[in-house]
Structure formats: C-alpha cells, structure tokens
Design a protein around this ligand. Structure first.
Ligand SMILES: C[S@@+](CC[C@H](N)C(=O)[O-])C[C@H]1O[C@@H](n2cnc3c(N)ncnc32)[C@H](O)[C@@H]1O
Length: 342
C-alpha cells in the first residue's frame, strides 16, 4: 500500500504531486449538441473496424486504447462491473447524488452496464453513456442512450448540463487528464457531483510479505505500469493524483475512497474472499486484456508477455501470494453558483 493512503474502505489523501501533462489541442469530431445524430452517422462504418493482434480483436479507431473489444472482453467488463458492486457494497457510486439527478453522463461507458443500472434505479434521470467504441447493447431503457465519441476531444454537450458525471476504468487510455477534468468541470451543472473510479496499474501490493520481490505477478504489474506510461498514458496514478487534478480543475469537497482488492480467494474474511474470487475470475482474461497489446508494443515479445500473464494466473491459482491492487473512488463537487466568488 502506498504511504499515506488508508487501508480501510475510506480515506482522504493529500499530496502535492507534479502536473502530469501539457495543454491539449484536440477538437471533437462533432460540432454541437444538435449535430450528434448526423455526426454519429458520419463516423460511417469505420467505427466498427477492427484489427487482430495476439489472438485478440482490437478496435482500429481507438488509437490510444490498447485493450480488446471482443466478446471475451465485453464479458470481462460485465464481470468487472459485478466485482465493482461487491467492492462498493452493492452501490453504483459513492457520490451523494440526489434521488433523480436530471442529466447523468457515464464517460467511457464500455458495454453500458453502469449506465443501464443507473438508469434503471433512477428512472427520473436521463443518462448518456459515451464511448469511442459501439459495443453497447442495442436494447436500452427509455431514459438511457449511448453515443459514440472520443472524450479526449472537445465535448459538444451543453456547458453546465450534467448533474452527475461518472467515469470508470479508463486509466490505460487517457493522455491529458487535466484537460478531461476541465471539460468535466465545464459541462457539470453548478453543484453537480463527479466520480472517478480507477485502480492502480503499477504494483502488486502485499501486507504480509507473501509476495516475493521477484514474484512473476509483481513483475507483471510493474511491467504493466511501465508499458502504460511508455504508451503515453499514466501508469503510476494514485487516488491523490486524481484528487489534485480535480481540485485544480475547480472541484471542491474532493474525497478519496480507497479499497483493497485481493487478487484471489486467499483472504480469511468472507467478504474479501468473495471479492478476491471474483477478482481472480475477471483477471483470467483481464491479465491478457490489460497486458498483451501494451507489453508487446512497448518492449516484450509475445512469448515473454504471455509468460508474465500465465505465471501470474498460476500464482493466483496457487493462492500463496497474498497480493492486492487498490481501487479508488474519487468524488468531487462543482461549486454552486452562490459559492463562486464574483
Ligand atoms: C476498461 S473499459 C471500462 C468500461 C466501463 N467504464 C466500465 O467500467 O464497465 C474502458 C472503456 O473506455 C473507453 N475509452 C477509452 N478511451 C476513450 C476515449 N478517448 N473516448 C471514449 N471512450 C474511451 C474504451 O473504449 C472502453 O470501452
């Protein structure tokens, strides 16, 4: 566990880290709110183009996103959603959102499972799930819709529109976090909540010395963090970094909730054993999904990358190494109009 972060399920962290990235000069494929339908059409069939690499299917248009988009990955995303529900004790979020926030945005919605669950529970909310890949279900609730766009480009929704913005597990892809958080701030309504749900990518943590320094699982995690960074994203971000960037964007009341996620069913407590088993199940395809393209593009041969993946799976199966990663829910609020100094 990194120094200064609590080991329990909730802790606030303060740290001054260095800025991560420079200004962004990108722009959206879309011009304005009203143009979304036609712009989506203008994306043509290229948004469905794929490439195959190391036996997995990847989305061709996702230049910066090096995780697969195939059925196996979609199943994993739905499994990871269940794991996330277990971690949060059944909740979809930690932010204290009101019963039916009118406009909700799920950034990088994936299969759309979070957006659908939220829409089902909050039928008075209009929920948009946005993703660069059209992998969402074609069936949806009347109050949930999906859009295809690159969220690192300029957002074309109205400013001050969303009453809750949720974003989960995009860390391997995002190049310019400050720009993204600035867009979240600009498009959040005064008083709205945002929640960033990310986990560590750089280390296999352990509290009882059972993970040796040369553990293959630990080597997998460290190689992953390095590969993400080499790819131009940020493999070493922790809760405190997201918090700092949210504060810099202008959010207030920023709180970090920290959760240990055991990789395997080794914990004694029933709750953590359950979480660990689901985690191990999701990692059966997750280790490959996270690691293969990233590691092979940034230094490793396919054989070496697969050795790390398979060795880590074996370590999880044996259960002697009590490793975990850290899940963060970082929650913030855009100040209300009466809180903003004039
Ligand atoms: C690991 S998945 C998580 C999906 C979903 N948030 C969940 O938790 O189930 C990451 C998703 O972010 C999307 N994504 C990554 N970079 C993106 C970008 N620049 N614009 C839009 N979507 C992006 C990917 O296409 C993928 O569906």
């Amino acid at each position: 566990m990194p120094e200064d972060e609590t080991t329990a399920t909730s802790g606030i962290v303060h740290e001054n880290a260095q800025p991560l990235v420079a200004a962004n000069d990108s722009h959206s494929d879309y011009e304005d709110d009203a143009s979304v339908a036609s712009s989506t059409q203008s994306l043509t069939d290229s948004i469905r183009d794929h490439i195959y690499e190391n036996g997995r299917r990847y989305h061709r248009k996702s230049e910066h996103y090096l995780m697969p988009s195939d059925e196996t990955e979609q199943d994993r995303l739905d499994m990871a959603h269940h794991l996330q529900l277990l971690i949060l004790g059944g909740a979809l979020h930690m932010a204290p959102v009101p019963p039916n926030p009118p406009n909700v945005l799920d950034v990088g919605t994936g299969t759309g499972i979070w957006a659908l669950d939220f829409g089902e529970l909050h039928q008075g909310s209009a929920v948009i799930g946005v993703d660069q890949m059209p992998i969402q279900t074609t069936w949806t609730w009347p109050n949930v819709k999906f859009e295809v766009d690159d969220i690192e480009k300029e957002w074309t929704w109205k400013k001050n529109k969303f009453d809750f913005i949720h974003m989960r597990h995009l860390a391997t892809s995002i190049r310019n976090w400050p720009y993204l958080f600035q867009q979240m701030y600009d498009h959040a309504a005064p008083g709205a909540w945002v929640e960033i749900s990310e986990h560590t990518l750089d280390e296999l943590y352990c509290d009882d010395g059972s993970v040796p320094e040369d553990s293959i699982f630990r080597r997998y995690m460290r190689t992953l963090g390095l590969s993400v960074t080499k790819a131009g994203a940020h493999g070493y971000l922790h809760g405190r970094d997201y918090k700092r960037m949210l504060l810099e964007a202008g959010f207030v009341d920023v709180t970090i909730y920290t959760f240990k996620v055991p990789c395997g069913g080794w914990p004694k407590s029933r709750r953590f054993k359950d979480i660990g088993r689901w985690c191990a199940e999701a990692l059966k395809t997750g280790l490959e999904a996270y690691g293969l393209a990233l590691m092979t593009r940034y230094g490793l041969t396919e054989m070496d990358a697969r050795e790390l993946v398979n060795g880590s799976m074996e370590a999880m199966r044996l259960g002697k190494e009590h490793g975990y990663y850290i899940q963060y829910q970082v929650v913030g609020r855009k100040p209300r109009a009466d809180e903003v100094a004039v």
